[in-house]
Design a protein around this ligand. Structure first.
Ligand code: GUN
Length: 295
């Protein structure tokens, strides 16, 4: 079997077109959806994610503002940047790019974001609502994976999904969302992680495998059942002297070999990545729409 490519770029482009139209309507009513971004330090991957998010805002008609702080910025200075966006009426969504150079303050910084502007869905209030199946901002990468599965026609309800990786940003929220009884979920979910003795025992049973471990080569062909759907969340910079930048992007999945067995697979880049940014735009537009009051 040779897998169909799940084209996140195309699905994203369609969704962004819809969002552009929605944003244009909001603008006619005097509301310009706005995203406030806080970037601390100069990690090249974080810098490039933030640039991509701001470019997507511009292309979709959203306003964006960025506060860029040095890697040694004090805790107080970072909290001040969050407070300023909390107060700013032009800003409907706030994103603090993670990881922070000092990871020990991440909880405090996330807790400081007004939950009504928490378009990442990382605030404990929103994370709790998500877990309970209440309406809230859903975290962008898991939400993007759900829409990618939905728009590609994969059958999620009743299937066995195995997630490799238990991060707070991807693995754990995805497991929650996929197990909820609604039209995007209703799956049986297993989470594997670094404490799982033999991950292949589990992935070989999966109808859908979601790789979110942050390590290239985590999912190899021998770990995949014939006909499985494989979603690769990994974005790893692998040194490659033949490239101008000195690296290439690789996911967590051994793409070429797995594509021979899977029925469908996401590429890296061009799979989950664009969906994540699209969900950030979606959440920011949703947040701005709340200004209109209950519809
Ligand atoms: N770092 C990696 N993924 C994300 C994300 O979705 N949001 C934020 N704020 N930081 C990240």
């Amino acid at each position: 079997m040779t897998a169909a490519i799940l084209d996140g770029k195309k699905i994203s482009a369609d969704m962004r077109e819809e969002l552009r139209a929605e944003t244009a309507l909001l603008r006619e009513k005097g509301i310009i959806p706005g995203l406030g971004v806080v970037l601390v330090g100069d990690d090249p991957a974080s810098r490039s994610y933030v640039t991509a998010k701001e470019k997507a805002c511009e292309e979709t008609g959203l306003y964006s503002d960025e506060v860029k702080l040095p890697a040694d910025a004090s805790r107080e200075r970072i909290l001040e940047a969050v407070d300023a966006f909390n107060r700013d009426d032009r800003i409907h969504g706030i994103l603090v790019q993670l990881p922070l150079p000092d990871s020990s303050i991440e909880h405090e910084v996330i807790d400081r974001i007004d939950p009504a502007k928490d378009v990442d869905g990382f605030h404990p209030y929103n994370a709790g609502c998500m877990m309970l199946g209440r309406e809230t901002f859903l975290p962008c990468t898991p939400h993007g994976v759900l829409h990618l599965l939905k728009r590609s026609g994969a059958r999620v309800a009743g299937s066995h999904v195995v997630i490799v990786g238990r991060s707070n940003i991807v693995g754990r929220p995805l497991a929650n969302l996929l197990s909820l009884k609604n039209e995007l979920g209703n799956a049986t979910v297993t989470i594997c992680h670094t404490g799982t003795p033999d991950i292949g025992v589990h992935t070989r049973q999966a109808d859908i495998i979601i790789a979110a471990a942050g390590r290239p080569g985590t999912v190899t062909a021998d770990m995949v059942k014939d006909g499985a759907v494989v979603i690769d969340v990994g974005v790893n910079r692998v040194p490659d002297a033949s490239k101008k930048k000195g690296y290439r992007l690789a996911g967590d999945v051994d793409f070429d070999a797995v594509a021979e067995k899977a029925s469908a697979i996401t590429p890296v880049p061009g799979g989950v990545g664009p969906m994540t940014i699209t969900m950030l735009l979606l959440n920011t537009v949703q947040s701005a729409k709340r200004k209109l009051g209950p519809s």
